[in-house]
Design a protein around this ligand. Sequence first.
Ligand code: NAG
Ligand code: NAG
Ligand code: NAG
Ligand code: NAG
Ligand code: NAG
Ligand code: CA
Ligand code: CA
Length: 714
Amino acid sequence: MALAGWRTALARLVLLPLALAPLRAGPGSAHPQCLDFKPPFRPPRPLPFCEQYTAFGCCDAEQDAALSRRYWAVTSRLEPDTFAVCAAYVRDLLCQECSPYAAHLFDAEDPSTPLRTVPGLCKDYCIDVWQKCRIIFRHLSPDPELWALETNRAKFCRYLSLDDADYCFPRLLVNENLNVNLGQVRADTEGCLELCLVEVANGLRNPVAMVHANDGTHRFFVAEQVGLIWTYLPNHSRLEKPFLNISEVVLTSPWEGDERGFLGIVFHPQFKHTGKVYVYYSVEVDYEERIRISEFKISPDDMNTVDHRSERIILEIEEPASNHNGGQLLFGDDGYLYIFTGDGGMAGDPFGKFGNSQNKSALLGKVLRIDVNHNDRGPLYRIPPDNPFIDDPSARPEVYAYGVRNMWRCSFDRGDPITKQGQGRLFCGDVGQNKFEEVDIIEKGKNYGWRAREGFECYDKKLCANSSLDDVLPIYAYPHKMGKSVTGGYVYRGCQSPNLNGLYIFGDFMSGRLMSLRENEATRQWQYNEICMGRGQTCMFPGMINNYYQYIISFAEDEAGELYFMSTGVPSATSPRGVIYKMVDTSRRAPPGKCQIKAAPVKVKSRIISFEPREKFISKTVTVRPKPRTTTKAPRRSSPTIRPTSSSTADWAEQILQLLKNRSVTPTAPILTQQGGSLVEEVGGGKESQLQHFHLIGMVPSDCSTINPQVGTE
Ligand SMILES: *[C@@H]1O[C@H](CO)[C@@H](O)[C@H](O)[C@H]1NC(C)=O
Ligand SMILES: *[C@@H]1O[C@H](CO)[C@@H](O)[C@H](O)[C@H]1NC(C)=O
Ligand SMILES: *[C@@H]1O[C@H](CO)[C@@H](O)[C@H](O)[C@H]1NC(C)=O
Ligand SMILES: *[C@@H]1O[C@H](CO)[C@@H](O)[C@H](O)[C@H]1NC(C)=O
Ligand SMILES: *[C@@H]1O[C@H](CO)[C@@H](O)[C@H](O)[C@H]1NC(C)=O
Ligand SMILES: [Ca+2]
Ligand SMILES: [Ca+2]
């Protein structure tokens, strides 16, 4: 029964080119893998038969029971005195199917060798079992070749040996390298957590958001900065007809670094009943740049597109400069709509007496909270009665929190799947000015410091010294040598990678660094760990890859809570180089069957385009660490051939144009893998100069500081 299973799995594996790459397991490149070619797991219930693997392995109680039946079938054929000597061997050999290294023990990974029916045996053990109990193999294995060797000890044991002696039974069990930290997230010596990726979608033009409808269909919707949203089915097929196409009105440009465009989408929490979605985008009205938050309704005759005539503008805010446009929309458990605006733009929040962010009568530089429920009649939105500044005549009642610079990506924690601990916490990445990027937990009525403070340090010394500032410090901030533009992520609360539960995973747009924070329950401190791509064989699972494009634009959660991120090799709103990756911890998966979803049916009216992965597992890397950017001066100004719409854009847009002009070739995007906690540039990927070039040009969540003359090197 199990054998048949492996054969199908093996047949499938042969079709996957990545599995054919012969890899040598170096020290520390342990690679637990089950016979189904997936990571091992913690069985939900104890295993009465293969007790050895009761805590961690490749069997659940059902497989354990099947092995127990095979044991009795084999041993019942043995004479009583043979039974006394050999039964333990039978059990040992059968139970190796449950070993976390079963795929290696049975040599299942290498399609060029015949499939084993007995685990690979170390020589001394083989000699021992051959001398005492060779008769058991007739009952244990259906392989006639093995039976034929029964009389020749040397040939018999050569036949049962493994090329990779590290994995033979039973030496494998005492191999410290293979057994230390088994079942825990792999980390290198610097504590960098080794995760793997699955490519989920590609060919996207600056994918800024991926959301789900929370309606049981497990569809996901991916927004491109140009103003198009695509519907994807749970099997990653895409519908040809867009979910939403407002590219005609969305204000953006092909320039790498343009922060304007379609920036956010959220489904109403009762979308199934209300059919409403909310979007956030840049628009030009009467020569004025604005951000617009609009409501759309689903089309009455196609559940996979919105009714494009249903748009109602909920809120518009004038944008004094083209950068720092915020863009996140979220619904809280309270049913209210949260809107995350930027400070308006330029550098140092220059507008008004002390900037927009500390000015509670401005809607820029804020977290806003409004009530859009029951708005079919009466006002389009109402003010939640417990909004914090409702009684402050100098404050806009929409304000929920302030002192925000340019929060690029926020999320609510779903909470622990069992205890619900952490539920409702609101995490944001707030992009910094010259020195620090930060992660905040947003609470009602609080001041997040900007422009008085950047990260933990004072930015505007005068404002910072004011004792009435009373600001909330970040839970984590990092200096610009690690990255220059934070992309907020999610607390992992999915099912498939149980070890990641509670980990806040985020990244940096400029450096391509993936990062994590975990709260220490006792000290309430947030512990930082970098995330790197699994090394050696860690990601050698069918369909998994270990590299990604540098510009991390956004993170996402699917309906089941699995975690994704979107990045691109060319951060231009018109360049189709964006890829969506699912993050996977291969050290431990959930027990089989636990994470099965039953997606509600989707009525499809459009043509379906099936998904074709393009990214490859990379087995060879060179250790060239991309250097931090070293430019100090902005390029000289010249007359651009195309003029941006707002005069405040001119400076940096011109500089970008200048940069683009100097570029003679279409760049090859750098691909990042990671080794030893450091970023690694892949051979054949970007050249050093191009890589630096990419570091020069900011984009969506970034800010003008990357090209601002007053900004020095960090
Ligand atoms: C994906 O799902 C859709 C709808 O169930 C189906 O029509 C399509 O054939 C599937 N595509 C693939 C590649 O399985
Ligand atoms: C989106 O709309 C624009 C203009 O309205 C149109 O030119 C374009 O073809 C549309 N794109 C798709 C994919 O439907
Ligand atoms: C605060 O913002 C409002 C609205 O933009 C503006 O009218 C006012 O002048 C600002 N106040 C200060 C002190 O800058
Ligand atoms: C400190 O801040 C408060 C409130 O914003 C303001 O009224 C006051 O004038 C400030 N004090 C100084 C010394 O700037
Ligand atoms: C573009 O090239 C010119 C001439 O080679 C150089 O002087 C200028 O500094 C370059 N500009 C940028 C932004 O690299
Ligand atoms: Ca702006
Ligand atoms: Ca802050």
